[in-house]
Ligand binder design. Structure first.
Ligand code: IMP
Ligand code: MG
Length: 171
């Protein structure tokens, strides 16, 4: 598989994003990160280690593509949060925004819980595939329409453990 983004580049960009996010909130206010399982787990783990002690975190799980490389457009909530969002600064932490359908759904679900603010961070974005106009405040890398794996992203549950981002052969 061909490497698209080297592990060192990913690390450097994640540290930049952590700094950007922290600068955007008043220093004395808590930031609650909501990681989207499973794809967002590695991004979340590196992001929080680059941030200060005022960060709290939780995870939510939504349905993924399964073994297919194209979305069905249908999103299901598989695991809800343990925490309440009311009155908190919430940042969704997701691996990639592709069609935007998953994030559109998630933002709707979380916004209904009355957070003080709601923003979204995605490591990757494929703008050419967008079907809905969803707002993502923090984007790590903008990429072409290729199916990518690694750093949390899978194909049939494989390759999530790679430290770099690779293009799946034949995509
Ligand atoms: P969307 O709803 O089409 O934006 O899709 C978002 C979800 O699809 C992401 O959270 C990923 O889990 C998955 N996905 C989209 N593109 C890729 C890819 O290139 N590789 C692996 N997973 C992807
Ligand atoms: Mg995902």
């Amino acid at each position: 598989m061909e490497t698209l983004i080297r592990a060192e580049e990913v690390q450097a960009r994640v540290r930049e994003l952590a700094g950007e996010i922290e600068r955007d909130y008043p220093p004395d206010e808590e930031i609650h990160l909501v990681g989207v399982l499973k794809g967002g787990f590695m991004f979340m783990s590196d992001l929080v280690r680059a941030m200060s002690a005022r960060v709290t975190l939780d995870f939510i799980a939504v349905s993924s593509y399964g073994k297919a490389t194209h979305t069905s457009g249908e999103v299901r909530l598989l695991k809800d949060l343990d925490s309440r969002l009311e009155g908190r600064h919430v940042v969704i932490v997701e691996d990639i925004v592709d069609t935007g359908l998953t994030l559109m759904y998630l933002q709707g679900v979380l916004r209904a819980r009355a957070p003080r603010s709601l923003r979204t961070a995605c490591l990757l974005s494929k703008p050419s595939r967008r079907l809905v106009n969803v707002t993502v405040e923090y984007i790590g890398f903008t990429i072409e329409d290729k199916f990518v794996v690694g750093y949390g992203l899978d194909y049939g549950e494989k390759y999530r453990n790679l430290s770099h981002i690779a293009v799946l052969d034949g995509s």
